[in-house]
Design a protein around this ligand. Structure first.
Ligand SMILES: Nc1ncnc2c1ncn2[C@@H]1O[C@H](COP(=O)(O)OP(=O)(O)OP(=O)(O)O)[C@@H](O)[C@H]1O
Ligand SMILES: [Mg+2]
Length: 581
């Protein structure tokens, strides 16, 4: 039985031009032309028979005035040429352009119609084309929806074309090769994240880590909440706090924090600092009776060391006097490291960096890293499937290094997990432009983070580490990372640079569909990629538990009666670096 049943009222026109994916239709009259709307779906009979149709998305509807019978397809601009004006014989030409997106075909194997993204055949000239409306549209959308519904379905919302059809993404494909979730501020990114998290949290051993920069997700009831401690929490050891002791940083990251590249003695600083760190890590291993590790040990091995010992060593070199021919003289490095020592000391005593340098004793043990990995990556206990890490109290100057560090720890632990024990994990990177910016504009601290994420973007697939890159400024996000994303969920994007960035991520043939990006509604997205059968406009379902990201209604707030504002409290919070009081 034929799937579609087209009446006269959905007839659009005949194929005039075919260019692999692009098809141009000749539309006879204005009435037919009015049926076509950009973004709508249309069907063409396949050359292979009555049980197959090619499906296309309408991307251009044109009514042009041709200037001569001999040359009917030249465009209106010609009229501006006055000579031609005199000789023209005006006729109108109605054209609709489609981008083909797939084939609907009867499968005798499954005994039903299926949609595939493959284009086995291109249409022939003069084939009739119909818009998918009413029943036919519903039939098609339910076909798509049913096909995607399988076991791996991630329910995102409804199709804008047919609000009865539920839009499912293939949850495997969505995470397998990274995804990007983009949209201007207030377009609905955080809500979309919450919808995805909510879905995932229903699976028995989902494993997702959310980098939350504003404490937006800290109320979600199904998640484990971790917080990088702020100045007020120092010394506390409760479950929800996650200290990141300095010895977890690798050499490059430590240098990015401590060493000022512009200083004359930077080179010596690096050398002396590294030597001192290696020596102290060795001391630690020997004290712990872990001599076997010494063989494979490098500067970057995550092994606790004492930063005080390192300072002491540098201080000694800085003050060293050696025996010369005419009595004691200043040593090779005398006075060279005074600034370095001051810089390290000031970082060490700065409470904002407390989560790195003032972690409790218990965070400097041999087993600490495994405990940190468990906090970040465990999915077996209670609410541990979704882990939300609140970075809102991390000072912005080292935020990229710290997030990069967490991502690197997760990737490395995953990398070194035996194949049969490995469970895939997804990193949800909110506000990604802040810590994976375009490289040419990045400072040493940002470079470290970008390296960590680029490595995951390139190699994560093999080890089951997925990135979901979320940003309101895609144009500012590292293109190397963004271009690895095989699925793009784009909400409203108003800025031209950002739109162009998204266009570059999508296949050429779809570029005209992307013109709707600036006119999408809040919570409405264009989804493209291998996780969805058809590039589609989707109305994303709001999550049951909303993130704390409410847009403030200025006028409403201003319309309320006044109370006495409490600025003392705000200033006090600023001093304490915490809003808890
Ligand atoms: N799917 C949706 N359905 C209905 N309303 C929505 C939806 N998504 C978002 N909204 C509305 O838009 C507001 C802003 O959404 P959200 O916080 O997700 O934006 P955002 O893109 O994360 O912004 P920012 O870039 O500033 O973080 C929400 O408070 C909500 O009122
Ligand atoms: Mg947000």
């Amino acid at each position: 039985m034929a799937l579609f049943n087209f009446e006269k009222d959905s007839y659009l026109g005949r194929v005039r031009e075919v260019d692999t994916r692009k098809v141009t239709l000749e539309v006879e009259n204005d009435e037919d032309l009015q049926k076509a709307q950009v973004g709508q779906l249309a069907a063409l009979q396949c050359p292979s028979g009555v049980y197959a149709w090619l499906i296309g998305i309408i991307d251009k509807v044109m009514r042009s005035i041709a200037i001569s019978k001999e040359n009917p397809f030249k465009d209106v601009e010609y009229i501006e040429n006055e000579q031609l004006l005199d000789t023209r014989e005006e006729t109108t030409i109605n054209t609709v352009r489609l981008t083909l997106v797939g084939t609907v075909k009867y499968s005798s194997k499954y005994e039903k119609y299926i949609f595939s993204r493959a284009l086995h055949r291109v249409p022939c000239i003069n084939v009739e084309c119909f818009v998918l409306l009413h029943n036919n549209l519903q039939l098609f959308m339910s076909l798509i929806s049913e096909a995607a519904k399988g076991e791996h379905a991630l329910e995102l919302g409804k199709y804008a074309l047919d609000s009865n059809a539920i839009a499912y993404l293939d949850g495997n494909k969505f995470f397998q090769r990274h995804a990007a979730l983009l949209g201007s501020t207030g377009s609905g990114k955080s809500w979309t994240v919450a919808t995805i998290l909510e879905n995932a949290s229903k699976l028995p051993s989902a494993n997702l880590v959310v980098f939350d920069l504003h404490g937006e997700y800290n109320k979600l009831s199904y998640a484990r909440h971790l917080r990088v401690p702020g100045p007020e929490d120092l010394g506390k050891t409760q479950e929800g706090l996650i200290y990141l002791p300095y010895w977890l940083l690798n050499a490059e990251e430590l240098q990015a924090i401590f060493i000022d590249r512009s200083e004359f003695s930077a080179h010596n600083q690096v050398m002396v600092f590294q030597d001192a760190v290696i020596d102290d890590k060795k001391r630690f291993l020997i004290e712990q009776g872990k001599e076997d590790i010494l063989k494979a040990f490098t500067l970057d091995s995550p092994i606790p060391f004492s930063i005080d010992n390192v300072i002491l060593h540098i201080k000694n070199l800085n003050e060293e006097m050696v025996q010369g021919p005419k009595g004691p003289k200043q040593g090779q490095f005398f006075g060279m490291f005074s600034r370095l020592i001051t810089r390290i000391r000031s970082k060490l005593s700065d409470k904002r960096y407390g989560f790195l340098f003032q972690a409790p004793e218990s965070e400097h043990e041999y087993g600490t890293m495994a405990k940190i990995a468990e906090k970040l990556m465990d999915y077996s206990k209670g609410k541990s499937k979704v882990k939300i890490i609140d970075f809102s109290e991390v000072p912005s100057d080292i935020l990229p290094v710290i997030i990069g560090l967490v991502a690197r720890i997760i990737f490395q632990v995953q990398f070194w997990t035996n194949d049969d024990k490995r469970k895939p994990i997804a990193l949800i990177c909110d506000e990604a432009h802040l810590y994976m910016p375009k490289k040419d504009e990045s400072n040493p601290i940002e470079k470290r983070a970008i390296e960590a994420f680029e490595k995951i973007a390139k190699e994560g697939r093999k080890y089951g580490v997925a990135l979901v890159i979320i940003s309101q400024r895609p144009a500012d996000v590292s293109p190397t990372i963004l271009s690895q994303c095989n699925n793009v969920v784009s909400l409203r994007l108003t800025n031209g640079d950002d739109q162009n960035t998204v266009k570059k991520l999508m296949p050429e043939s779809l570029s005209s569909i992307l013109d709707i990006l600036p006119v999408l509604d809040v919570g409405e997205a264009l989804v493209v990629g291998d996780s969805i059968l058809l590039p589609s406009r989707i109305i994303i379902s709001p999550p049951e538990e909303k993130p704390r990201s409410a847009t403030i209604d200025f006028w409403d707030e201003w319309s309320k009666a006044t109370g006495k504002p409490d600025f003392e409290m705000a200033v006090e919070n600023m001093r304490k670096q915490g809003r808890s009081g």
